[in-house]
Design a protein around this ligand. Structure first.
Ligand SMILES: *[C@@H]1O[C@H](CO)[C@@H](O)[C@H](O)[C@H]1NC(C)=O
Ligand SMILES: *[C@@H]1O[C@H](CO)[C@@H](O)[C@H](O)[C@H]1NC(C)=O
Length: 387
């Protein structure tokens, strides 16, 4: 009786597996799962900025190996919004431990939440697991097999806490003008307004003005797709490290990292230099705490960025990530914006780094004109060697 029930179950399972699309199975036969979520609505009007933190976002639950995390900004109808309408300055996501009973935690002088940071190298900033900006549509986040980013380990939270995920999304609405008070030249067609703030129809020959850009004209969302495997012994864990080209501490003889995150690119002096030779090179040295195999690498830069690279202590190239720019109007191909950063997938064992190795991060920008608040980050995944 028991045996036949087992067989029925087995047959049911097998036939369910047989109907799965081939790409849902990864090489080791573990099922790759994927789900798409929407962030809470981000209310924007032309010229406005939203830089908010969203706690307890929708995220897959359980003990998982994360394989990818892709995102893009969409409107209420799910239509992708181009960067020249809503500029995605950055989004970062990561896990944290939340007290199950906030009052009880407070009574014991315990924090309500504890941020779970990546493995390094900045002390108080850049602790995220994932983070990208305008390049998000064309930048791979795939963690190659057999590796995965381990999350949701039930043993990980301290007693009385549970794991959740948090987002910080910084978006800038660049439709029309930026004069919030006057809003004199807002173009109605840019933000699809046909009814004014008081519910009156806007006349056909009214092409722009205050009537079209009242507060919170539209809601946008960050739509994100997460892919994962259930955690198992077949998955090898990787550690996340983020390097920051603005950190001058080690070069200035200080031991503590000082990640400034942003830096400034001055316009090149108009001497005998040809304009297209104007390249600003930002260099930093930072210490990798634990070595292993680099299995993935990618840079992060803003408009004006050319490429970033990461080097070992002896100068060898570990990974180079090149910015690509759009050429058109449509979402994912916006002229003048970085729409993707190239990535590195070294064959495991071919690019190794050691414990405590001093790495050099280089970030190149065009200095044909000045750029303020730029970034030069380098994100790597390291698989430690078995002890
Ligand atoms: C503009 O609004 C209309 C009506 O709400 C909607 O059907 C249409 O899809 C919107 N267009 C864009 C580009 O958002
Ligand atoms: C950055 O620019 C310098 C100087 O032009 C060049 O030697 C180096 O290869 C560039 N690095 C990258 C990653 O483009």
């Amino acid at each position: 009786m028991k045996m036949s029930l087992f067989l029925v179950l087995l047959i049911t399972l097998l036939s369910a597996t047989a109907t799965l699309p081939l790409e849902a199975l990864n090489v080791r036969g573990h099922r790759l799962k994927s789900k798409t979520f929407l962030s809470p609505p981000i209310s924007l009007r032309p010229g406005s900025v939203s830089n908010k933190v969203y706690y307890d976002i929708s995220f897959p639950r359980g003990h998982l190996a994360l394989k990818s995390f892709n995102a893009e900004v969409v409107d209420e109808h799910g239509v992708p919004i181009p960067l020249h309408e809503t500029y995605l300055h950055h989004w970062v996501a990561g896990p944290y431990f939340k007290a199950k009973d906030a009052a009880a935690a407070a009574a014991q002088n315990l924090p309500d939440f504890i941020l779970i940071r990546n493995s390094g190298v900045c002390k108080t900033t850049l602790g995220q697991y994932y983070g990208l900006g305008s390049e998000t549509r064309h930048t791979a986040t795939w963690v190659p097999d057999p590796y995965g980013i381990e999350v949701g380990n039930p043993e990980a939270p301290p007693k009385g806490y549970e794991e959740k995920w948090v987002f910080n999304i910084h978006a800038i609405d660049t439709r029309g003008v930026t004069d919030k008070l006057g809003c004199t030249e807002c173009r109605c067609n840019l933000y699809n307004v046909t009814i004014d703030e008081d519910g009156q129809r806007i006349s056909k020959d009214y092409t722009g003005g205050a009537g079209c850009c009242y507060d919170e004209t539209r809601n946008v969302f960050l739509r994100y797709k997460v892919m994962w495997l259930d955690w198992s012994d077949a998955v090898l864990p990787v550690k996340i490290y983020i390097f920051d080209a603005s950190d001058r501490a080690l070069l200035e003889g200080k031991s503590e990292p000082a990640c400034k995150i942003e830096y400034q690119v001055e316009e090149c002096s108009s001497g005998n230099q040809a304009k297209n030779d104007c390249v600003h090179v930002q260099v930093a040295k930072q210490i990798l705490p634990r070595g292993g195999d680099i299995v993935f690498g990618v840079g992060h830069q803003h408009s004006g960025g050319i490429a970033a690279s990461l080097h070992g202590e002896d100068g060898r190239l570990l990974c180079e990530s090149v910015a690509s720019y759009g050429e058109g109007q449509e979402a994912g191909n916006e002229a003048g914006y970085i729409v993707g950063m190239s990535t590195c997938y070294p064959k495991p064992g071919t690019v190794t780094v050691r414990d405590g190795e001093v790495l050099t991060v280089v970030s190149n920008y065009s200095s044909e004109r000045q750029h303020t608040g730029v970034m030069g980050l380098f994100y790597i995944l390291v698989a430690e060697h078995e002890q």
